[in-house]
Design a protein around this ligand. Structure first.
Ligand code: SF4
Ligand code: SF4
Length: 234
């Protein structure tokens, strides 16, 4: 450990503000279950995320795996605020080892190295086929394409969007029901539900008696991209 790193005050600000993204060098932590997949979630290719480094919302070109965050306020799930300590300190991801608020050089060096993906972790051919099928049937590229068409094509585009949300929802149900996978692993295996991530497009879904209603989030509470989507319901 360098002298600079010894000056970390353990204030926890970096753990409270965000959670780490895993890199390929973190693979062993996941394989040995030092970090269980139920504590992780996947940001799929084409999703929008708030980038703390660039301080802007950006679309991810390739998928990323992150440690879960605590509720709405964010912050790493492994942070213990009472003791101001990392509860997995010996097994904390490479980004946490590299991060030091007074000197970002080590963090940025790591940031440019390849990120971990689900295909690095999963070896079961049936699960790999499942990921391919998910991408083929309900990709974020397709979702965004139809959301952008809502203003011009109205109901037809809304139905396409709802069809994608339904497929994503059904896939999650089938994975638990037929493959007997732990529901806690779903956000790692399939990414976050599209019914949640659609908020990045300024939209939200209300389910009533099995019917999905697609509506807009109030501009004042929306922190996402602007697609000029009008209020739309099915
Ligand atoms: S790296 Fe900086 S922000 Fe993080 S715990 Fe240490 S002093 Fe606090
Ligand atoms: S894994 Fe530990 S060091 Fe890393 S952000 Fe979470 S609490 Fe902080």
């Amino acid at each position: 450990m360098s002298r600079d790193r010894l000056t970390c005050k353990r204030c926890g600000r970096c753990c409270i503000s965000s959670s780490p993204t895993l890199h390929k060098k973190d693979l062993t932590l996941v394989k040995k279950r030092q970090i269980d997949t139920s504590f992780l979630y996947t940001i799929r290719k084409g999703e929008y995320v708030w980038d703390n480094i660039e301080q802007r919302l950006r679309k991810v070109p390739e998928e990323m795996i992150k440690v879960r965050e605590k509720g709405e306020k964010g912050g790493c799930i492994f942070y213990d605020p009472v003791n101001r300590a990392c509860t997995i300190y010996p097994y904390r991801p490479a980004q946490c080892v590299a991060l030091f608020c007074q000197d970002n050089s080590e963090f940025f060096r790591l940031y440019r190295t390849p990120k971990l993906s689900r295909r690095d972790v999963l070896k079961d051919p049936s699960l790999l086929r499942l990921l391919e099928e998910q991408e083929r049937r309900c990709s974020y590229e397709e979702l965004e394409k139809w959301i952008r068409k809502i203003e011009a094509e109205g109901e037809k585009a809304v139905e396409k969007v709802i069809g994608l949300l339904r497929y994503d929802h059904k896939l999650r149900f089938l994975v638990v029901e037929r493959l007997k996978l732990d529901p806690a692993d779903l956000d790692f295996l399939l990414g976050r539900p599209m019914t949640e991530t659609i908020r990045f497009y300024g939209l939200k879904v209300i389910e009533e008696d099995g019917i999905y209603l697609l509506t807009t989030i109030e501009a004042s509470t929306h922190r996402g991209i602007s697609l000029n989507a009008q209020h739309s319901e099915k």
